[in-house]
Design a protein around this ligand. Structure first.
Ligand code: PMP
Length: 315
């Protein structure tokens, strides 16, 4: 944990997990001035040390978000150093390979007091970590999505393109409703036309149709996922054409495969998308592109395959 006062982040200190003290008047509590990141550390295949996946990308995404939210942010070096220290301090909690990962949650919050609506006078950057199991206990479990057309994650000019804490609570209602109807998660539509698909609660979406892979372009309303960016590259390496464009709900008709990507889910095949009572079904399981990409990505992340792209950072 380190604090920023007078424009300088102090040297970080490691502490036991516990409550933090905040002014009731802090910027984060009152005006939602807060950003977070989500990362995973895996145990290396040789069991010697740990692996991070593209941590500079998380650092840069936080910097970009900080700019949008009028907050100062740690440098890429500070961010990555702090993440490494957190992993080392929690090394005994990193699950054995194949059994999960150490989830790492960097947070940047306006911790100083501010009564009127304005940026907080002080900031705190902190990281906590927790072991997590595999998202799906039985391998690549397909997920079912329902399209939400009444509740939107974001709007043009909003904060959908950055990982601010305020993007998440407003869609809990849609998620709870979807789960109560038996769906795994929600697929959100754009708020203007209500016909372009954007993303799922915590992952990006891809459609495979006739050998072409398509994903919604990150036009400011969608979080530019680091898994998304990596999967685009891995699919292109396999000879697939990957288009980033506006993707309408009609593009789902006749799709061969649909899958989601994110740090938590890695690559998750989508078995069905339900929109206004109509259920579209897609291929999942053996010999699918989503399965091949899942294997390719996790092999790099865990050090089982050669990291030709220099995506991993060993600790
Ligand atoms: N979209 C949203 C809304 C998310 O919260 C996440 C998780 N960070 C993603 C997409 C996927 O991003 P990443 O691949 O960087 O985890």
């Amino acid at each position: 944990r380190c604090s920023l006062e007078d424009g300088v982040f102090s040297r970080g200190e490691l502490g036991r997990y516990g409550n933090i003290e905040l002014s009731p008047c802090s910027g984060v509590i009152n005006y939602g001035q807060g950003l977070f990141e989500g990362m995973k550390a895996y145990r290396r295949s040789d069991m010697q040390g740990y692996m991070l996946f593209r941590p500079e990308e998380n650092a840069r995404r936080m910097q970009h978000g900080a700019d949008r939210m009028c907050m100062p942010s740690p440098s890429v070096e500070q961010f990555v150093h702090a993440v490494k220290q957190t992993v080392l301090a929690n090394r005994r909690w990193v699950p054995p390979q194949g059994k999960g990962a150490l989830y790492i949650r960097p947070l940047l919050i306006g911790s100083g007091p501010i009564l009127g609506v304005a940026p907080a006078p002080e900031y705190t950057f902190l990281i906590y970590a927790s072991p997590v199991g595999n998202y799906f206990k039985k391998g690549l479990a397909p997920i079912s999505l329902v399209v939400e057309d009444a509740i939107h994650r974001t709007m043009p000019g909003g904060t959908g393109g950055v990982k601010t804490i305020t993007n998440y609570a407003p869609v809990l209602k849609a998620q709870i409703e979807a789960k109560s109807r038996g769906f795994t998660d929600v697929l959100y539509l754009d708020a203007v036309h209500k016909r372009y698909i954007e993303e799922v609660s915590s992952c990006n979406i891809f459609i495979v149709k006739g050998g072409v892979v398509t994903t919604p372009a990150t036009v400011g309303t969608i979080l530019p996922g680091i898994t998304r960016k990596s999967i685009i590259e891995l699919a292109r390496d396999r000879g697939y054409q990957v288009d980033e464009r506006l993707v309408s709900i009609d593009d789902l008709v006749g799709a061969d495969e649909v899958f989601c990507t994110g740090t938590a889910v890695v690559v998750a095949p989508v078995s069905s998308v339900t929109y206004q009572g109509q259920r579209y079904e897609f291929r999942t399981g053996q010999h699918t592109l989503s399965q091949a990409l899942h294997t390719a990505l996790t092999s790099i992340q865990m050090g089982l395959a050669e990291d030709k792209k220099g995506w991993t950072v060993a600790i």
